[in-house]
Design a protein around this ligand. Sequence first.
Ligand code: SF4
Ligand code: SF4
Length: 116
Amino acid sequence: MCDECHACCCTMPVEVWLPDLIRMGLVDEFEAEGPAKQIAKRLTQARVVDQFNHASGVFILARRANGDCIYLTRDTRRCSIYEQRPQTCRNHPQKGPRPGFCAFRPKRTDTSPAED
Ligand code: SF4
Ligand code: SF4
């Protein structure tokens, strides 16, 4: 299904946590032991992160002006860090604010739930 889609879900805000940032190679284990606020400040300045919620520890990945995730390859519409992508992206569309919802699905006749 994703092969026929233009990565609609990669234009939505993506919540990431510290373990995601480590897997993505943006934060090392040493820095991860320090204040999350400092990490957020650095990554915001580097334009990798748009927002940080200190209470929940959630970072929001930065997006381009057109809404695309910064890790989305413009021409192929593929994730450039697929093997290291955040857990939120791995879970989509099974988990999230609207479980099972895929932005592309309404255009298709097959409405059966996604398999795990
Ligand atoms: S999960 Fe849905 S919106 Fe995301 S790429 Fe696949 S078909 Fe497109
Ligand atoms: S990290 Fe990859 S899979 Fe996740 S939203 Fe960005 S481009 Fe899409």
